[in-house]
Structures are given as structure tokens and as C-alpha cells.
Design a protein around this ligand. Structure first.
Ligand code: MSP
Length: 593
């Protein structure tokens, strides 16, 4: 319907014209620029990060998990602006053998260690602009109540039984391992010690009577769920991997420990001699946050998206959905999986002494700079390597030079002395190349730019849906480059505002470039919130004009009025992003990481 009215507005007739217009313009102008309004209207969304172990201070891998969730959540808010529609939780995982042992090693009471490290995570997330709505600690009373209730439901449904468990347990990973997943490695004294094949962490033999969950009953229901919803686990290789695991036998799962061995946890209801397994405890956090077991939780479950690292896929894609099905609930809507960061080619670990402190990085590269780096370089399907020069190179080229330079070129007093959003001249830049008359100045590449930027919001939304945020940023960066090419090609600094021939074209070049910048600023909000705010404020875009629903790119080109035309730009507030290679000359010499 909109296509037809836009067509009428332009006052043209004839099928061939319509198809040309569709190619260049109408296709990209819609009252729903993303084509997403239908499925997201009133849609509630609940995003979660994993809850973080408090055995050690946060590192950049933890921050990355939280940033991915933050960017997804912020992008969702741009689509569905009602704040009430979105929930975003994070928190700390404070029980279990791992924490009990870490506290003992540090000579602290477990609760002291938990308070200390949980506060570090909260501080980091505040500094990194993580826009979570909830922070949960598993040592809170509300959580203990939720876990014990959940346990009661499983028990009442006949899914827990007592049995003898015998096998390998890895305290670092808090998981049981079959013999095939254990190998031997020389320990500190040279003797061969059993370790987990996957993580390399030490394992020990455990034999005790525990409560056991009938996990084996859920193999087929899990297969049906995953086969019926190919996007349940994204990206696809992880979905495939889980289905592969489910081809093998799925043994029942021990879900408690002897309290004499593990006292730091939630007691099994009605049996104080047993403590609930930390993963069952931890996974229920996702329900505690939304008010479980009170009925209010049902308005958030299962519209849930879990963001997790690949190392905890089995817990989230097998144990958790099976526990939920067992408790009579649906599996989560989406599980988004990411890979890991290494440092200078090595796994990050305390023993190697190469753990990168995220707060130092936020200080060095700025909050928005480091957020941009992690999300632009982090590829969910593969591990990524971190080193300092890489950050500086990327941020200087994409944020300082390309984006900051573009803004400067269009707003500097010398080129834009009136400090306004200039008018767009439809004669200089008609809506299709075939209509370029004697006073038309637009070239084929300019139409390519308009087409690229017009489709960018949809492209970016698709990348977010596929959990490929780095591709969304790559697409934005490529359009920034194209826009710089456009400005370079038409060299507005060589045009003269006083000349009646130059002035309309000069205004048009600036108008198009500012429109491109408005799109970039809007789309960058989920990743670099402060930088995007600075950019949009400089363009004079008000707070109510920053959502994706309002993002109509270059409306004048499509025959619509432009609310920005003639508007004063916002105040000049300094460079958009500072060059790091100048201010951080020490970095190359002294800091590899
Ligand atoms: N406590 C469990 C999660 C329970 S969720 C119900 C846990 N905690 S963790 O602190 O070890 O890890 C939290 C998140 O950080 C996980 O998603 C994990 O993949 C991620 N990362 C840990 N090291 C990482 C890297 N080196 N790189 C990227 N992410 C990494 O597991």
C-alpha cells in the first residue's frame, strides 16, 4: 500500500517506471523499515548472560559474554521501544565446590569471597555500560526459594531418585565426566594426573549416594525440540553439535552432593545431608529473576534468549531444557552461543599470567572503544585473539578516522558555516539515474551508496537475529567507507555556497552524508551507546527520533518531507573518538596485551 502512495506522490505512471523506482527507491522506503514490526509488536523479550563464577576477578571473556547480551538487548529495544517489553539479567554464580575451594585457598569465608568478587562484576558492568535490568546472586534468599521449589516440582513428578554415583568429577568445570573424556597429564611432581580432556582441569574420583535426575528420559523430547526449531541454538554449528551429542546415550544426571563434602550450596529440601548440584542451582537463576515460582514469571518465560559461551553449551542445551521439560515448562526460545578470546594466541589463564583485566582496557581504549573492539572482532563461530596493537589499529581506522572524520567533514564550520542540516535538491539528485538532467550531479556510485545505506538497517537486523553482531558492524563500517568515498568524490570543500550553481549541490552532498551519518549513529547505539549519542546529538537528532521504527533514510530522495532539513545541528562537543596511536604511544613499546 505504501509503495503505491509513494508512487502517486512522485506523480509518475507506467509499469516500467514503477519497476525502476522499486529498484532505486520505493523498495527502501517503508513505514516499517526493518520489516520486523509485525513480529515484535508487544513482543516481550528476556535476555540473559551466564551468571559468573566468583572464584576469580572478571576478565575480558566474561565482559564479552555480557556485551553480546547487552548489544542484542539494546538492539531489541530500538525495535520495540517500550521499556516494559525488555528484560536483561546478569549476575554471579556463588555456590559449589569451586567457590568453596577458592575461598579456602584464599583464607576467606565463602560469603566474603562472594561479596568481594560479585561487587567486582557489578562494578565492571556499570563501567562498561551494560544495560541490565536485573543482577542476581545465587546466595540470595529469593533464589534459594526458587531452587527448592523447582526441586520439589521435579520430585513430585517422579523425576528424582536416590542412587549410587561413581565417576570422575571436575571441580573447576563443576561437571561429571565419563572415562572417555579423561586423560592423564604430568602434574607438578611429574606424576601422571587425571585431567579433563576438554578443559585440562584436574578431575577426581567420586563415589557417593546422590539424588539422580532421569535425564535419559529426555533424549527424544530434546531431539524433537531441536529438529522442530532449527534456530533454537544459534549459530547453526552449535545446533548441529548438540544434535550430534544427542545421538549418543544420555545417562541420568547426579544432581546433589553429600553435604559433608559440599556444604556451600542449597540443601536438598527435606534432606540436609545433601546439597543441590551447583549447575541445577545456577540454571534456575533464569527463573528466579522473573519471579518464579509466582505466576508473574509466565509472562517472561519462554520468550527467553540465553547468551552463553561454547564451554557451557551442554548445560544450557541439554541439562537445562530437560530440567524445564521435566518441570512441565518449555525450553528457552533461543540459545546464542559464542566462542572464546585467547591472548596473543594462548588460552587465558591465571597460571599463564596472561589474564587481561577488562577495566584496564576500558580505561585505555575508552568504554565505547573497547565495546566496539570486542563486538567488531569477536566472531561467535571461532575463537578470537586479543592483543593491544589490534585494538588501536581498528579503533583508529574505523572510529577515529572513518566515522569521526566523516562527521567532521560534514559539520566543520568551513564547509557548513550555517551549522544546519542543508536542503536536499531533487534536481541535482533525482530519484533515479535515468532522470538526471542538465543540472543533475549524482553519479552511478552515488545511487549505489543510497541503496546500500537504505538497506543497511534491515541487513543489520538480520545479522543481529543470526547472532552475527560483528557482521552488522562490518556492514556499517563498509557503508561509512562508501560515504567517505562519496564526500571525497564530490569534494564539497571545492564548492562555493555563494554560487547559485554550486550551492544546491553542495547542500545536497552534505544532506546525503548527514543522512548516512544519522543511520550509522542510530545503528551503532547498541554497541557504542555514548559515541552514538554524541554523534546523533551533534546531528540534532532528538531522543524520540533514534528508534529503528523512525529511521527513514533520506526521505526527500523518496519524495517525502524530511524533518531534519533546515534544522540546526547540535552543539560541537569535540572529536567524536580520540586517535589512540598518538595518545597511547607507550602502548606499542610496552604492552603486547
Ligand atoms: N557459572 C557458570 C555459568 C552458569 S550460567 C547458569 C560459568 N561461569 S564462568 O564465569 O566460568 O563463565 C561465564 C561466561 O564467560 C561463559 O559464557 C564463558 O563461556 C565465558 N567465558 C569464560 N572465558 C572466556 C573467554 N576466554 N572468552 C570468551 N568468553 C569466555 O561458566
Amino acid at each position: 500500500m505504501l509503495r503505491i502512495s509513494a508512487f502517486r506522490l512522485l506523480g509518475r505512471t507506467g509499469a516500467s517506471r514503477l519497476s525502476l523506482l522499486e529498484d532505486f527507491s520505493l523498495r527502501h522506503y517503508s513505514s516499517d523499515p526493518l520489516g520486523v514490526r509485525e513480529d515484535t509488536r508487544d513482543a516481550r523479550a528476556y535476555f540473559t548472560t551466564p551468571i559468573f563464577y566468583v572464584n576469580a576477578a572478571p576478565h575480558i571473556g566474561h565482559l564479552y559474554s555480557a556485551l553480546l547480551a547487552d548489544a542484542l538487548c539494546r538492539h531489541h529495544r530500538l525495535r520495540v521501544p517500550s521499556a516494559a517489553a525488555t528484560r536483561f539479567s546478569t549476575g554471579t554464580d556463588e555456590h559449589g565446590l569451586k567457590i568453596q575451594q577458592a575461598a579456602a585457598a584464599a583464607g576467606l569465608a565463602p560469603s566474603e569471597l562472594c561479596d568481594r568478587v560479585s561487587a567486582q562484576f557489578q562494578q565492571l558492568f556499570r563501567e562498561a555500560d551494560i544495560s541490565s535490568t536485573d543482577f542476581i546472586r545465587t546466595t540470595e534468599a529469593r533464589h534459594r526459594m526458587a531452587v527448592q521449589h523447582f526441586w520439589g516440582v521435579l520430585k513430585a513428578r517422579g523425576l528424582l531418585y536416590k542412587g549410587l554415583y561413581e565417576g570422575w568429577y571436575c571441580a573447576s568445570d563443576e561437571c561429571f565426566l565419563p572415562e572417555a573424556k579423561v586423560t592423564r597429564q604430568p602434574g607438578p611432581s611429574g606424576d601422571l594426573c587425571p585431567v579433563s580432556l576438554e578443559s585440562g582441569h584436574p578431575v577426581s574420583w567420586t563415589k557417593e549416594e546422590n539424588y539422580i535426575f532421569r535425564l535419559s528420559q529426555f533424549r527424544e523430547p530434546l531431539q524433537r525440540w531441536l529438529r522442530g526449531d532449527p534456530q533454537a541454538i544459534t549459530p547453526e554449528p552449535f545446533h548441529h553439535a548438540v544434535l550430534q551429542w544427542l545421538e549418543e546415550e544420555l545417562p541420568d544426571l547426579s544432581v546433589s552432593r553429600r553435604s559433608s563434602h559440599l556444604h556451600w550450596g542449597i540443601p536438598v529440601p527435606g534432606d540436609d545431608s545433601q546439597t543441590i548440584y551447583v549447575w541445577l542451582d545456577a540454571l534456575v537463576n533464569y527463573l528466579t529473576v522473573i519471579g518464579y515460582p509466582n505466576a508473574e514469571f509466565k509472562s517472561w518465560w519462554p520468550t527467553t534468549s540465553h547468551i552463553i559461551g561454547k564451554d557451557i553449551l551442554k548445560f544450557h542445551a541439554i541439562y537445562w531444557p530437560a530440567l524445564l521439560l521435566g518441570a512441565g515448562m518449555s525450553p528457552p526460545h533461543r540459545i546464542y552461543v559464542h566462542s572464546h578470546w585467547t591472548v596473543c594466541g594462548q588460552k587465558m589463564s591465571k597460571s599463564l599470567g596472561n589474564v587481561v583485566d577488562p577495566r584496564t582496557c576500558l580505561d585505555r581504549y575508552t568504554v565505547d572503544g573497547f565495546r566496539y573492539f570486542l563486538l567488531r572482532q569477536g566472531v561467535p563461530n571461532w575463537d578470537c585473539d586479543y592483543y593491544g596493537e589490534k585494538v588501536v589499529k581498528l579503533l583508529d581506522s574505523e572510529l577515529a578516522f572513518a566515522l569521526g572524520g566523516l562527521l567532521n567533514r560534514c559539520t566543520a564550520n568551513r564547509i557548513n558555516p550555517s551549522g544546519t542540516y542543508p536542503a536536499f535538491c531533487t534536481t541535482c539528485f533525482p530519484s533515479e539515474p535515468g532522470l538526471v538532467g542538465p543540472s543533475g550531479r549524482a553519479q552511478a556510485e552515488d545511487y549505489a551508496l543510497v541503496s546500500a545505506v537504505a538497506t543497511l538497517p534491515k541487513q543489520v537486523a538480520d545479522h543481529y537475529d543470526n547472532f552475527q553482531i560483528y557482521k552488522a558492524l562490518e556492514a556499517v563500517s563498509s557503508c561509512v567507507r562508501q560515504t567517505n568515498g562519496f564526500v571525497q568524490r564530490h569534494a564539497p570543500w571545492k564548492l562555493n555556497w555563494e554560487s547559485p550553481v554550486d550551492a544546491p549541490w553542495l547542500g545536497t552532498v552534505l544532506h546525503v552524508a548527514l543522512e548516512c551519518l544519522r543511520v550509522f549513529g542510530t545503528l551503532l547505539q547498541p554497541v557504542t551507546p555514548s559515541l552514538a549519542d554524541k554523534l546523533l546529538s551533534r546531528l540534532g537528532v532528538s531522543a524520540t527520533e533514534r528508534g529503528l521504527g523512525e529511521l527513514h533514510f533520506l526521505p526527500r530522495f523518496y519524495g517525502h518531507p524530511c524533518p531534519f532539513e533546515g534544522r540546526r545541528l547540535g552543539p560541537e562537543t569535540g572529536v567524536l573518538f580520540p586517535r589512540l596511536d598518538q595518545s597511547r604511544a607507550w602502548l606499542v613499546k610496552t604492552h603486547k596485551t
